[in-house]
Ligand binder design. Structure first.
Ligand code: SF4
Length: 78
């Protein structure tokens, strides 16, 4: 949503889920048959509709995450 707040990587829940704004900084295990290197917020089922580089994530209450980020709750779209 307009005026949405960016999720801080220092947020306690973000830390507990190992959220990073640049997915390449994270250790990403293969999940649902998708290699870690192919996992990003932009292909995660929890990313909500939006435009641009920062979009709302339903796991984090609609706070904005970077489309090239990642966290350990990643699941593939669909
Ligand atoms: Fe990104 Fe998905 Fe984690 Fe949200 S749940 S921060 S969209 S990887």
């Amino acid at each position: 949503p307009a005026g949405g707040q960016k999720l801080s990587p220092d947020d306690p829940m973000a830390k507990s889920l190992h959220y990073v704004e640049d997915a390449s900084e994270a250790q990403r295990p293969t999940r649902e048959g998708v290699p870690g290197v192919e996992q990003f917020c932009h292909n995660c089922k929890f990313l909500q509709a939006g435009e641009g580089e920062w979009r709302p994530c339903s796991i984090f209450g609609g706070k904005l995450v970077n489309v090239n980020g990642w966290c350990s709750s990643w699941l593939k779209t669909g």
